[in-house]
Design a protein around this ligand. Structure first.
Ligand SMILES: [Fe+2]
Ligand SMILES: [Fe+2]
Length: 224
């Protein structure tokens, strides 16, 4: 697996033929498959995975633009973030929306969506070698990793690429902004979530990237 300490600008999904002909159809298929899988979730579920992945991908692109990264990097990151949760559809759908606090076994099953996503990519695209696949696989595998090693796989800061560090921030921010029953009366406003991430979760994130992301989000509030 390639560790992107540099930004992924050595290919361009907009002009890359392998991406257009083989990888893009795979991503589009998987998004539809996730949407179809979610039809069996309860009607009152609030954290809808196929909506979350679109928001997260857009947030990835917007943040990359805010950071001044090239348009090639911004677009590459958008497409790498979009399929990051495809593995969720391989998990028993009844395990996502439970009234009781989930057991550790159920939590571990849910967390396996990163590995299951890799399996999906391997079975569909394993015959290909392509830098976008390396980037996509990095984000699918590691978007729940934390700088202090407390993420799903226990990777530490020096094992986390720049795209993954940003994906981890965006993943958490979006997750904290969608109210779920166990949130109670927690503040899920943009300011409330940024405050929580900065004051209670700072060890988890690349805080240089986080503060730039936070500045962008505050700017969005001022413009709205
Ligand atoms: Fe995830
Ligand atoms: Fe996610």
């Amino acid at each position: 697996m390639t560790l992107y300490t540099d930004l992924p600008d050595h290919f361009n999904v907009e002009t890359d033929r392998v991406f257009r002909d083989e990888i893009l159809p795979f991503i589009e298929y998987e998004i539809l498959a996730l949407e179809s899988y979610e039809r069996d979730r309860p009607a009152d579920a609030t954290y809808i995975f196929h909506e979350h992945i679109h928001r997260a991908a857009r947030e990835m692109e917007l943040t990359a633009q805010h950071l001044g990264w090239s348009s090639v990097v911004c677009t590459n990151l958008y497409w790498a973030m979009l399929p990051h949760d495809i593995g969720k559809r391989k998990i028993d759908v009844t395990l996502w929306d439970m009234e009781d606090k989930p057991s550790d076994d159920i939590k571990n099953l849910r967390r396996s969506h990163t590995d299951l996503g890799l399996e999906i990519v391997e079975s569909a695209l394993g015959h290909l070698t392509h830098p976008f696949i390396d980037l996509m696989v990095d984000v699918i595998a590691n978007h729940h990793e934390h700088m202090d090693g407390s993420g799903y796989r226990g990777l530490c800061a020096d094992q986390l690429s720049t795209p993954v560090r940003l994906a981890s921030i965006i993943e958490s921010f979006d997750g904290y902004q969608v109210w779920r029953p166990h949130f109670g009366d927690r503040d899920i406003s943009t300011e409330g979530v940024l405050k929580r991430m900065r004051e209670e979760k700072a060890a988890l994130y690349d805080m240089t990237l986080f503060e730039k992301f936070a500045a962008m989000k505050r700017g969005e509030i001022e413009c709205s």
